[in-house]
Design a protein around this ligand. Structure first.
Ligand SMILES: Nc1ncnc2c1ncn2[C@@H]1O[C@H](COP(=O)(O)OP(=O)(O)OP(=O)(O)O)[C@@H](O)[C@H]1O
Ligand SMILES: [Mg+2]
Length: 184
């Protein structure tokens, strides 16, 4: 069967709170298999880790996905037959070499790899990936990006109306037959 799924390469899902974003993560998890790379981008506090938590809880892996402040990569081993989950915070990494030094290349084959702050650093690791962008459409900090000192957690909470726009883009032949509209 040959079918053009180009129209399903990108899907945008609006969520109204953190739980809705976790639920989206669970729907994403159902599409993921060993070897998949998922890049999570978006400003500080956008909800990248929250989405990763949803993916992690829906996968049968040990431990809860958290914000690894001083940890670059954490492996959540599979409890059953499914793949391991590798959660990477690439914020302190500046190059592909440093990401490579984490041995991500090896685990890519056997794991689902989620990378936060990996833009322009990990793309070369795989021709196939999901690029997920979490945006805050409203709020004073909606346009901010990066970990600016003034954008602390307290500030975020004050202006956070809980709404997020999550854009999922599938790249590479691995995703050619996948209907992303199941995520909406
Ligand atoms: N719709 C939503 N989706 C996700 N998170 C939400 C939503 N509404 C509110 N939040 C809150 O926003 C915060 C998102 O924090 P999270 O750690 O997931 O962000 P992050 O993008 O990983 O940040 P960092 O850049 O520091 O890694 C949480 O406190 C979460 O409860
Ligand atoms: Mg995070």
């Amino acid at each position: 069967m040959s079918q053009d799924h180009a129209e399903n390469r990108t899907v945008v899902v609006e969520t109204v709170d953190a739980d809705a974003t976790r639920a989206l993560g669970a729907r994403l998890a159902a599409l993921l298999r060993a070897g998949d790379l998922v890049m999570l981008s978006g400003a500080l506090g956008a909800g990248k880790t929250t989405l990763a938590q949803g993916i992690g809880s829906a996968m049968d892996v040990r431990g809860r996905v958290s914000s690894p402040t001083f940890i670059i990569a954490r492996v959540h081993p599979a409890l059953g037959q499914g793949p391991d989950l590798v959660h990477v915070d690439a914020y302190r990494l500046s190059s592909l070499e440093e990401v490579d030094a984490l041995d991500l290349d090896t685990s890519l084959d056997e794991s689902v790899t989620l990378v936060e702050w990996g833009e322009d650093k990990v793309e070369a690791l795989s021709d196939n990936r999901l690029e997920i962008r979490v945006d805050r459409p409203h709020g004073a900090l909606a346009g901010s990006s990066g970990r600016a000192p003034e954008a602390g957690p307290a500030d975020l909470e004050e202006v956070d109306d809980g709404r997020r726009s999550v854009t999922v883009t599938a790249i590479g032949p691995r995703w050619a037959g996948t209907d992303l509209t199941v995520l909406a």
